[in-house]
Design a protein around this ligand. Structure first.
Ligand code: HPA
Ligand code: ZN
Length: 342
């Protein structure tokens, strides 16, 4: 393969990809939001679907979270969570996702009186059906809301224990600044002792210190976002040495003004430092694109080569929680495509 050949849209579409940073509530498209609002008789503060899209202009993470949590009010029944998840899977499959490790925010729903089991059963039901019909594999990651207390996270972990077979890991999301990983060290310790893997959002808006805490106090297997790591050369050495995956979300980072433009995103530098970076869509209904949209737009903005996007797709499986057999099988498919595309 010619080393500097630019990545084509066809290659990006054809590459099998794993999606590792995807909030299921962030896949709620305005059309489905309106359909569920009607079904559940929930009032929406928008005149129509276009009005929702017009409202999606964000200053920072918090201004997005305000709309994201408000949108979640239309999710009430198990069928709603099933439909939400099935709609995501349909789009993901179209964009070459073969495996997804999906975040959900139970506290957003239990705080409104929705049962934990309603949420998990709806999401898991759609994922089980996707496995049978599409061969689409997945895992579920329970995220604690870091702007709430550690006690609230503990109570949520209690609710999760009867569903432990449906959940592979716990994570940490919501408003980062002022809510460092150390606030959750006890609940993560307990989750680990109960057999859950751990991941954490860190270094999206927060400082490199939060990434250190996610690694050393929460024993995170992956860092979600992590893009501020480049401010700390010792941290870059640590992430490179241990090949800790970073689940990077380029369109999200531009929408939430972490970078002013996609051209100024640091993804190529992360790869240049030998870091195991991946591309993901975060909250695609809010940020303007699913996974291949993220790959395509980022490849164009940063003039990524075929070699780069193949590395990104390989990284997504290397960073996943798949077993070795399934991981190797996806990597072999990518390697066969790589040989054929030069
Ligand atoms: N960051 C933090 N919390 C979130 C996000 C995000 O990008 N999306 C949904 N919850
Ligand atoms: Zn996220």
């Amino acid at each position: 393969m010619a080393d500097r050949t630019l990545a084509s849209d066809e290659l990006i579409a054809a590459l099998p990809k794993a999606e590792l940073h995807l909030h299921i509530e962030g896949t709620l498209e305005p059309e489905l939001m309106f359909a569920l609002a009607r079904r559940n008789r929930v009032d929406l503060p928008y005149p129509d679907v276009e009005g929702v899209r017009r409202a999606y202009v964000f200053e920072d993470l918090q201004s997005f979270l305000d709309l994201y949590y408000a949108g979640c009010r239309v999710l009430v029944t198990e069928r709603d969570f099933y439909d939400l998840t099935a709609a995501y899977v349909a789009r993901a499959v179209q964009q070459g996702v073969r495996h997804a490790e999906i975040f959900f925010d139970p506290q957003t729903h239990t705080e409104r009186g929705i049962a934990f089991s309603t949420v998990v059963n709806g999401i898991s039901g759609a994922l089980a059906d996707a496995r049978h019909t599409e061969g689409f594999t997945s895992g579920l990651i329970l995220c604690f809301l870091r702007d709430l207390s550690e006690d609230a996270a503990m109570a949520t972990l209690d609710l999760a224990l009867p569903h432990r077979d449906a959940i592979i890991a716990v994570g940490l999301d919501s408003a980062e600044i002022g809510n460092p990983p150390e606030k959750f060290r006890h609940v993560f310790e307990r989750a680990k002792s109960e057999g859950f893997l751990t991941v954490a959002h860190a270094g999206e808006e927060g400082p490199p210190e939060y990434i250190w805490q996610a690694l050393d106090l929460l024993h995170a297997s992956r860092i979600d976002h992590g893009i501020r790591c480049l401010e700390d050369p010792r941290l870059v050495d640590r992430l490179a040495r241990d090949q800790i995956p970073l689940t990077v979300c380029p369109l999200s980072n531009v929408k939430l003004r972490v970078f002013p433009t996609l051209e100024q995103h640091n993804l190529a530098e992360l790869l240049g430092h030998g870091l195991r970076a991946t591309i993901n869509s975060d909250d695609p209904a809010y940020f303007g694109g699913y996974i291949s949209d993220n790959y395509r737009q980022t490849a164009r903005a940063l003039t990524l080569t075929q070699v780069d996007v193949i590395e990104l797709a390989r990284n997504s499986f290397l960073a996943s929680f798949l077993d070795e057999h399934d991981r190797q099988s996806h990597l072999e498919t990518i390697d066969a495509l790589a040989t054929g595309s030069g």
